[in-house]
Write a protein that binds this ligand. Structure first.
Ligand code: SF4
Ligand code: F3S
Length: 106
């Protein structure tokens, strides 16, 4: 499966959802997650993210492993998103800021 990681928080560019052939992205207030049971590992979303926030679970950086559980958990309750929308207003300022998990709104 593919995992949405820390740099999506407070950016939420949403380019990723447009290319997913199985529509397995789910949207929270300031973050997106992938349903690991629906993702077919096509890898199309990974290069689409302007924030480079999407990784294959096999290539997940060590400091992002907590996001495996976060994606699996939050996709159960958040609504599906299939169409791109505007990024969050301060996306450019937050892009690249480290350790944004503390700001993740559930
Ligand atoms: Fe969707 Fe493919 Fe990305 Fe999985 S890897 S979330 S199926 S676009
Ligand atoms: Fe997030 Fe990147 Fe998608 S910032 S919403 S994973 S395009």
């Amino acid at each position: 499966t593919f995992i949405v990681t820390d740099n999506c928080v407070k950016c939420k560019y949403t380019d990723c959802v447009e290319v997913c052939p199985v529509d397995c992205f789910y949207e929270g207030p300031n973050f997106l997650v992938i349903d690991p049971d629906e993702c077919i590992d096509c890898a199309l979303c990974e290069p689409e993210c302007p924030a480079n926030a999407i990784f294959s679970e096999d290539e997940l950086p060590a400091d992002q492993v907590q996001y495996v559980e976060i994606n699996a958990e939050l996709c159960q309750t958040w609504p599906n998103i299939t169409e791109q929308k505007d990024p969050l207003p301060d996306a450019a300022e937050w892009d690249g800021v480290e350790n944004k998990l503390q700001y993740l709104e559930r």
